[in-house]
Design a protein around this ligand. Structure first.
Ligand SMILES: CC(C)=CCC/C(C)=C/COP(=O)(O)O
Length: 284
């Protein structure tokens, strides 16, 4: 389909009609030069004509840039500007977000040490930290799998275990790739950490809390008061990461999102007893 914007080098002058060049139909202007063999002074005159110049001056800069590129401006400079502008805008937006993130995280790190304004709440925050740690969750899921005497219970526990292992793996990969340092006010006194846990993005506790929260609500916890507790626990684990000074706010927000998506992944890869028997049969 012919595109008037791409093929018609003149803007706003004359009525476009269909013409044919090299067997392809394209829009042609009756009053403006169209082919590349036109003398350069004719092309330049489009911009130097006073009426056109006034119209162009009233256009927005973005539109002017767009029109310049569609006319195939000789130097290609406007196109380059357009390409450069977007990444720099994005960079400014990202650095502003990061600055707000650092400032807010520092202000919220009120339990980062005993001398901090909420330092007395630090032991409680560290207790909450343990409830979101990988080891109790992995050990608990493995124990329940071992103890479960129903096929349905075993299936659920097996998938929880698989999800928890997947979570540890994915978080380690993202941390190793992003390599964002933990906040300067953090004291690295966590128990049982991997080397990647010196990095902060994303918060492994937040991914686990979001994943386990969704998993519990979908498969294990039905009573309304307990469901509320699960939601509260998820939120408190995330909040405690920032209050303890372990993470910036964006680490936790991204961690929640990642854990939420990890649950979708586990649902997609859900291991049924039949799949499991097949897998075990292949191993034996
Ligand atoms: C040892 C195992 C199985 C998991 C490590 C758990 C851990 C220490 C994660 C770090 O969490 P944050 O990124 O929220 O600090």
């Amino acid at each position: 389909m012919p595109s008037p914007k791409a093929k018609n080098p003149g803007r706003g002058g004359g009525s476009p009609v269909l013409g044919s060049s090299n067997g392809r139909f394209e829009f042609l202007s009756l009053t403006k030069p169209t082919n590349r063999s036109s003398p350069p002074h004719l092309l330049q005159r489009q911009g130097s004509d006073p009426t056109t110049a006034r119209l162009r001056a009233s256009e927005s800069p973005a539109r002017r840039r767009g029109s310049s590129s569609s006319t195939g401006s000789a130097g290609g400079q406007p196109e380059e500007d357009g390409i450069r502008l977007n990444p720099s805008l994005l960079r400014v937006a990202l650095s502003s977000l990061l600055a707000i993130d650092l400032w807010l995280s520092k202000r919220l790190g009120v339990c980062a040490c005993e001398d901090a304004s909420w330092g007395s709440a630090r032991p409680l925050m560290k207790l909450i930290e343990v409830t979101g740690h990988g080891i109790p969750w992995l050990a608990g899921a493995a124990y329940c799998l071992y103890k479960s005497d129903s096929a349905a219970g075993q299936e659920v526990m097996l998938n929880l275990l698989m999800g928890l292992l997947l979570d540890v793996l994915l978080v380690a990969i993202v941390k190793a790739v992003v390599r964002r340092r933990r906040p300067a006010h953090n004291r690295m006194d966590m128990f049982a950490t991997f080397s990647v846990d010196s990095y902060s993005f994303p918060s492994g506790h937040a991914t686990r809390a979001a994943f386990c929260g969704r998993f519990l609500l979908a498969h294990l916890v039905l009573a309304a008061p307990l469901r509320v507790l699960v939601l509260l626990w998820t939120g408190v684990v995330g909040l405690s990461r920032v209050l303890l000074g372990r993470h910036n706010v964006t680490d936790v927000v991204f961690g929640f999102w990642m854990g939420y998506c990890q649950y979708n992944l586990v649902e997609m890869l859900w291991l049924s007893p039949q799949t499991l028997q097949g897998l075990l049969g292949q191993l034996a």
